[in-house]
Design a protein. Structure first.
Lengths: 312, 273
């Protein structure tokens, strides 16, 4: 009976190689891909093409973006001092969020690596910022930055320092928005870095200890170098997240004061949607700049990751 | 390790945890205070007379229950949709013979490289043309599939024992039945990871719901509480903090209880939008 069963199985396997069945398998595969492909075509690829189209078109008399203007909107971007300021703000904001969130993240993740009692609880709690949305985090930080009752000015007052208009002073607004973003990003960064640290094989540490290496030397010469792939991954991800930031700027400063916190994405929003502007063409040209920058950052990631895989 | 060193170490951990958790602790504590207590100087750390008045007030100020419902419906539909579309497509990529499979998979991956903010204008215009502004379909449809989900599940399916798959098919099990009664139950960890990620990012969305919702009735929770800031920030932060605490409950539960699932999804390249 067992032999009969095996014979039947063999014949099924043989029949599975027949072209008719293979065609059936292919049509099932296509049917399974269709739902996703439909969503991607309608809401990702078609809009991307339409963005390109819009970036070459200006608004007609009733506000529909139908007038072909060639590359005029791109030239306008290049020559606009406002847009240069927007790009500078974007770079400054990215630096002010990415670097601190990585450095502090590494510090916290290293602390959480210790094998001591109760560390699991600390690890769970340190992921807390990850539960916040950009809106909830911004709303709480808005209360912190409140000039009258806020925590930060309360702190300054304690040291007899003059109050600061955190969100209204052009010098402080960008760092203030960045600080909220760093905090928001920390939960994710700590989780990723902790996972990266745990992936370092225990034998490496043991070998180092046997060779008489002490804790600081182990951290500097083993842990951190072996963490570089994770750090690099995070560098790319946090850069892209930071380039896409919108909610914290919209809630905290509305791009102000005097444009001091208007980044690329916020500028897209202002030109397309704020104050009834509806300048979809000009905003789309900026959207193309954003797309190019994110693509470049992603391409760097793939380039380096390829090399890393090769290295192994 | 000496006792002093150990104590110092714990003290450092507690101090850092306190600083990192400060926004949450402040929101919790402030939501239980009266407006006057929260504004007093020096700022009190804990409410002297804990009261729930600000929770009642915030429910009065905005249609919070309705916004909660909107957020829950939208996040649930997106999560369910992504689980279904990602399971089907990942199955095709991991198990089925398909011409141009690698090219198609590259197309799926490419969707992850296109920032949503760069295509938000045409998406808005599309919804406007279809008359879908201020509706659930506008909030849900664009996010029913994601390259990330397919990528995550495909990785998991590829580690599934090939023999088991072939044996099931040889025994006359169809693809749909194999998928539903064998693969899905055995893939629960990966599906949980994807589900939590999808829910968190849907629940926390800001830019898109801001654009496509126009009335209080259709607003999601995130838009509702951020609008509180415009109206009341200077006068009654306790009220805003109460709204924030309510909005945080589901995500805090997911983060604290589902952390190991989240970590599984981490390095697969998720980007929070």
């Amino acid at each position: 009976m067992e032999a009969a069963g095996r014979g039947r199985a063999a014949s099924r396997v043989a029949s599975a190689r027949r072209p008719r069945l293979r065609a059936r398998e292919t049509s099932i595969a296509i049917a399974f891909l269709v739902p996703s492909l439909l969503v991607f075509s309608l809401f990702t690829f078609w809009p991307l093409l339409r963005s390109v189209y819009l970036s070459f078109h200006g608004s007609d008399i009733i506000g529909r973006p139908t007038l072909f203007v060639g590359s005029r909107q791109y030239q306008q971007l290049l020559s606009s001092p406002t847009f240069r300021e927007v790009l500078l703000n974007t770079v400054a904001f990215t630096l002010l969020t990415v670097l601190p969130s990585l450095l502090v993240g590494v510090g916290i993740a290293l602390l959480l690596q210790q094998r001591i009692r109760g560390i699991g609880l600390f690890r769970t709690l340190m992921a807390t910022p990850f539960a916040f949305s950009v809106a909830t985090a911004s709303v709480v930080f808005a209360v912190f930055y409140n000039p009258g009752v806020g925590v930060f000015n309360g702190f300054l007052q304690f040291f007899h320092l003059p109050p600061v208009g955190w969100l209204t002073d052009p010098h402080w607004a960008l760092p203030a928005v960045a600080l909220a973003s760093v905090w928001l990003q920390l939960g994710y960064n700590v989780l990723v870095l902790s996972a990266g640290l745990q992936a370092i094989p225990e034998e490496v540490y043991e070998a180092a200890r046997l060779d008489g290496a002490r804790a600081p030397a182990i951290t500097r010469h083993i842990t951190l170098p072996m963490l570089t792939p994770t750090l690099f991954f995070l560098l790319v991800v946090t850069t892209i997240v930071s380039l896409q930031s919108f909610g914290q700027i919209h809630i905290l400063t509305r791009g102000g004061p005097a444009g001091a916190t208007t980044t690329l994405v916020y500028s897209i929003y202002v030109n397309a949607f704020a104050f009834g502007n509806s300048n979809f063409g000009y905003a789309s040209a900026q959207a193309m700049v954003l797309f190019a920058v994110v693509l470049a950052v992603t391409a760097i990631q793939f380039g380096v990751l390829e090399r890393r895989v090769f290295y192994r | 390790m000496t006792t002093i060193w150990r104590t110092a170490n714990y003290a450092a951990l507690v101090a850092i945890t306190f600083v990192l958790l400060f926004p949450l602790l402040y929101a919790l504590s402030g939501s239980l205070m009266s407006a006057r207590e929260l504004a007093s100087y020096p700022p009190p750390l804990l409410p002297a007379h804990p009261q729930l008045q600000s929770f009642a007030d915030v429910m009065q100020a905005i249609p919070l229950a309705r916004e909660y419902l909107n957020s829950a419906v939208v996040a649930a539909l997106i999560t369910l949709g992504q689980l279904v579309t990602a399971t089907l497509s990942a199955y095709a990529f991991a198990f089925l013979r398909l011409p141009y499979r690698d090219l198609l998979f590259a197309v799926f991956l490419a969707t992850m490289m296109i920032p949503w903010e760069a295509i938000i204008i045409p998406n808005y215009l599309f919804m406007a043309d279809q008359g879908l502004i201020n509706s659930y379909p506008a909030l849900v449809l664009p996010f029913l599939a994601a390259g990330f989900g397919t990528f995550l599940l495909r990785q998991f399916f590829l580690s599934f024992p090939r023999d088991l798959y072939e044996a099931a098919l040889v025994d006359g099990c169809g693809h749909l039945r194999f998928l539903w009664s064998i693969l899905v139950p055995l893939s629960r960890p990966a599906l949980a990871a994807l589900g939590i990620w999808a829910f968190l990012s849907a629940w926390n969305q800001y830019f898109w719901p801001l654009l496509v919702t126009k009335t209080d009735e259709m607003q999601t929770l995130q838009i509702g509480i951020s609008r509180l800031r415009d109206a009341e920030a200077a006068t009654a932060p306790n009220f805003i903090l109460a709204g924030t605490v309510l909005a945080l409950v589901p995500t805090l539960v997911l983060i604290y209880l589902g952390q190991r699932h989240i970590v599984r999804g981490l390095t697969a390249g998720a980007v929070r939008g």
